[in-house]
Design a binder for this molecule. Structure first.
Ligand SMILES: [Cu+2]
Length: 354
């Protein structure tokens, strides 16, 4: 509501300014003075330029200070520190240039407005000046691009051998994760095997699939490399975890990956932010349809031992969906029953019945 009133107010002010300008013009035309008409239009524009400079400088400063905390999210990954460093270097260099050029642009428009008592200087070109203002930005930009590229290649280098592999699958409109289970190997998948229950298209002719599990809540360990293998089932999505400075597109038919090391557990972040309800989330940052706004899932960062304990408790997907044993080749059935813990389940049941 307040937004609407402010919006209407702004429109009214613009209309009033336009009307005043129009009236001044008409008065000048009525007086029959062309020169004066040009001069007053110029003068109005010159002061508007100056006004725009001052008002936008105030708004920009106020916004930047007031909202500083909302766009400087605490960093909680190793590479995130590097990303922040390069971000702020770029921000400062381009920010200073932006402020200086905008001040010159609007102040000059005001200062050198048309006046009857002065004449413009004819100054066609200056080669030395052009060389200077081409070479300096070229060097500065090359340095920025090169250091950014260096950080990016470091971040996207191959994941360490001992990384925890987790598959992140995006679909309209949610994220789901698949873990490799006890064998630390994610099973193969094929999109043609996707159905209502098997939403990853897990291939049960691959023995690595038998103990894979998909938890309701995504957990990752602190201080250990985690490799996200990212897929999309329908349209483009994008994995985004702001605290980790992690952003990677999920592309249908083209698996992507991103590895990182989380440095703060959920509990530590709650303490740091002073917010007992703080939670990490995986957001979708690619407009993917009507429900895009709601596409996020909670992510819990545990201490390593808690993570291991949590992982050991998880139930293989096949255990909860034993119908899919029918898809397992005959010679692997026994392995599948054992890997999925279905034999233990049967034993327990038998014990209960006795
Ligand atoms: Cu999405």
């Amino acid at each position: 509501m307040t937004g609407l009133i402010v919006g209407i107010g702004v429109i009214l002010v613009v209309v009033i300014l336009f009307t005043i300008f129009r009236i001044l013009r008409l008065i000048n035309i009525a007086r029959g003075s062309d020169k004066k008409q040009a001069s007053s239009g110029n003068k109005a524009n010159a002061y508007l330029m100056l006004g725009f400079l001052i008002v936008s400088a105030i708004l920009l400063t106020w916004y930047s200070v007031d909202e500083f905390e909302t766009y400087t999210v605490p960093v909680a990954s190793i590479h995130g520190v590097e990303v922040d460093r390069i971000f702020w270097i770029t921000m400062i260099v381009t920010g200073v240039v932006f402020v200086v050029t905008q001040i010159l642009l609007f102040y000059f428009s005001y200062h050198y407005r048309y006046r009857e008592d002065r004449k413009a200087l004819y100054y066609p070109d200056n080669s030395r000046l052009e060389v200077v203002w081409t070479i300096i930005p070229a060097i500065v930009l090359s340095l920025l691009v090169f250091s950014g590229w260096k950080v990016w290649t470091d971040i996207t280098a191959a994941a360490p051998e001992d990384a925890e592999e987790i598959e992140i699958l995006g679909y309209q409109f949610a994220w789901t994760a698949r873990y490799p289970g006890k064998d630390d190997q994610l099973g193969n998948f094929d999109y043609r095997l996707i159905d209502a229950e098997n939403q990853w298209g897990m291939d049960f002719t691959d023995r690595s699939s038998f103990d894979d599990f998909s938890p309701l809540e995504i957990h990752i360990p602190k201080g250990k490399p985690v490799l996200f293998k990212i897929r999309a089932r329908d349209v483009l999505h994008s994995v985004y975890i702001p605290e980790f400075r992690l952003k990677q597109d999920a592309v249908p038919g083209m698996p992507t990956r991103f590895w990182f090391v989380a440095t703060k557990s959920t509990a530590e972040m709650r303490e740091e932010t002073g917010d007992p309800d703080f939670n990490y989330h995986i957001y979708c940052t690619e407009v993917c349809g009507r429900g895009h706004f709601s596409m996020r899932v909670r992510l819990v960062v545990d201490e390593l031992e808690d993570y291991m304990a949590w992982k050991a408790e998880q139930q293989p997907w096949l255990q909860a969906n034993p119908d899919y044993l029918a898809k397992v080749p005959h010679d692997l059935k026994e392995v599948a029953v054992i890997s999925a813990g279905l034999d233990q389940l049967e034993n327990n049941q038998a014990e209960k019945e006795n």
